[in-house]
Design a protein around this ligand. Structure first.
Ligand code: ZN
Length: 212
């Protein structure tokens, strides 16, 4: 049997050993003499002031912007004054939807300024001829359209294009209407050009959120 005095002495020594080990192993700001590492940089405080991003201080290169800067857009044309009324008999033909196509004419491209008048049907053709009283130039009413310079009936061209739009092939359409396939292809190409110009004029500056 272990005597009580020896048991108490062992307990005191155990407590002293545990106290010494804790003092040695426990980190203390006063006793820690080891050199410290570099202090961590202070964290940036969040501010509401906006700062420019260093990577976007210069304008990014853009071929379109450079092209526009190299070739500045010309000023828009000035709308000429409407033609004064004349002493001739009132015009029975409506020319408000036509414009003078001649280059160098100040009325070129303008509608409804009273500078056009009908001039009959040259050579008995189906299309009317118009004259510009400003530049004294003549042009047919079909100028700039799909039917300009064609001798076939308008109804034939319309029906051929309608069949193509319905999905019939070029050769099939040519056999149905007894037209050369190259002629049908030429009409199709011209119709595509007209449709492309029409879409480019009307379908622009559209701020759409959904497209079906
Ligand atoms: Zn003209």
């Amino acid at each position: 049997m272990i005597p009580h005095l020896l048991y108490y002495q062992l307990a005191v020594f155990g407590c002293l050993w545990l106290f010494v080990m804790l003092c040695w192993a426990w980190p203390s700001p006063c006793l820690d003499e080891r050199p410290k590492a570099d202090p961590t940089p202070p964290q940036c405080k969040r501010t509401d002031a906006l700062k420019a991003f260093a990577g976007l201080t210069h304008k990014p290169p853009c071929p379109l912007c450079e092209q526009e800067a190299a070739t500045p857009t010309p000023p828009p044309p000035v709308r000429p004054d409407p033609m004064p009324p004349t002493k001739r008999r009132p015009r029975a033909i409506d020319t408000s939807m036509h414009f003078c196509p001649h280059h160098g004419c100040s009325y070129r491209g303008w509608l409804g300024l009273g500078n056009l008048r009908a001039n009959g049907h040259p050579s008995g053709g189906p299309w009317r001829q118009l004259q510009c009283t400003s530049c004294e130039g003549y042009f047919l009413a079909t100028h700039g359209t799909l039917f300009h310079g064609k001798r076939v009936a308008v109804e034939l061209i319309v029906r051929v294009l309608a069949c193509l739009a319905e999905g019939l092939g070029i050769r099939s359409t040519a056999r149905v209407f007894e037209v050369d396939p190259n002629t049908v292809l030429q009409w199709l190409v011209e119709a595509v050009q007209q449709l492309r110009a029409l879409s480019r004029y009307f379908l622009r500056d559209l701020h759409l959120t959904q497209v079906q």
